[in-house]
Design a protein around this ligand. Structure first.
Ligand SMILES: N[C@@H](CCC(=O)N[C@@H](CS)C(=O)NCC(=O)O)C(=O)O
Length: 225
C-alpha cells in the first residue's frame, strides 16, 4: 500500500492525497508535523532530504516533493490521468502547478499560514499583523487577479481535473480554512471555479478526511457548507 507522510492540513500533502483518490489508490496517511519539534520520526532526514512534507513510500521506493510524487503516480498508475495528453495542455498544467507552489503558496498561503496558524496555535507566538496586511493588501491582488483571468471554465486546463486544479485549489482550501475568503465581486471567475473544484468528488473525499484535524485546530470549514 502507498504511504504518504504528511499532515491533512498541508497544501502539498493534499495534492498527493487528491491525486491518490482520483486514481482510486489505497493509501495510508502517516501524520508528520515538521513544525513541531520532536514530531518527525527518527529517520525523517533520510525520508525527507528537505525536512518538508509530503514524502511518499511505495514498497521500497521513497520520494519527497509533491510534484515529483504526483508525476510518479501518474506514470505508475496512468488512470485517471492528472495531466492532459496534448503538449500545450500538458505544459500549461505543469505551469499552474509551478505557479501554485512557487507564487501562490510561497507569497500568500505560506506567510498567512505561519502568521494565522503556526505562530498563534502551535508556537504560541503573536501574529505579526503587518505581514498579514501586506499579503492581503499588496501581494494577493496581483496573484488572485491573474488566477481570476485564467479561471474561465470548470477546469484551469482542458476538460478534466489536472494537477493544475489540484495544486491551485489545494492552496485555496488552506486559505479558506484560515477564515479568509475569495471575494466573488472582485474575483467572480476564480470564486465560481473554486466552488466547483472543492465540490468535486475527489476534493470532497479528501476534505472529509481532514475534518477531525481541521476541527481540532479550530480552523474554519464554513466555506464547505
Ligand atoms: N516543494 C515542496 C514544498 C513542500 C512544503 O513546503 N511543505 C510544507 C507544508 S505544505 C512544509 O513541510 N512545511 C513545514 C515547514 O516549513 O517546516 C513540495 O511540493 O512538496
Amino acid at each position: 500500500m502507498l504511504t504518504i507522510h504528511g499532515v491533512p492540513l498541508s497544501v502539498h500533502t493534499r495534492k498527493t492525497i487528491v491525486t491518490a483518490i482520483l486514481k482510486k489508490l489505497d493509501y495510508r496517511l502517516e501524520v508528520v508535523i515538521p513544525v513541531i519539534p520532536g514530531n518527525p520520526p527518527p529517520n525523517w532526514s533520510e525520508l525527507s532530504p528537505t525536512g518538508l512534507i509530503p514524502v511518499m513510500q511505495n514498497g521500497d521506493f521513497r520520494l519527497a516533493d509533491s510534484t515529483a510524487i504526483c508525476l510518479y503516480l501518474e506514470r505508475t498508475y496512468p488512470s485517471t490521468a492528472i495531466l492532459p495528453a496534448d503538449p500545450d495542455g500538458y505544459g500549461r498544467a505543469l505551469w499552474f502547478d509551478a505557479y501554485a507552489g512557487g507564487t501562490l503558496f510561497r507569497n500568500v498561503v505560506h506567510p498567512l499560514f505561519h502568521q494565522m496558524v503556526v505562530h498563534p496555535k502551535i508556537r504560541k507566538e503573536a501574529t505579526d499583523q503587518a505581514i498579514v496586511d501586506t499579503v492581503l493588501g499588496t501581494v494577493q491582488p496581483r496573484i488572485f487577479g491573474y488566477l481570476d483571468s485564467q479561471a474561465t471554465g470548470q477546469f484551469l486546463v482542458g476538460d478534466a481535473m489536472s494537477i493544475a486544479d489540484i495544486a491551485v485549489v489545494s492552496n485555496f482550501v488552506v486559505y479558506q480554512y484560515m477564515g479568509f475568503y475569495v471575494d466573488p465581486d472582485r474575483y467572480p471567475a476564480l470564486a465560481r471555479y473554486l466552488r466547483g473544484i472543492v465540490a468535486s468528488k475527489a476534493f470532497a473525499t479528501a476534505l472529509a478526511g481532514e475534518k477531525p484535524f481541521v476541527e481540532q485546530m479550530g480552523l474554519d470549514r464554513s466555506f464547505l457548507h
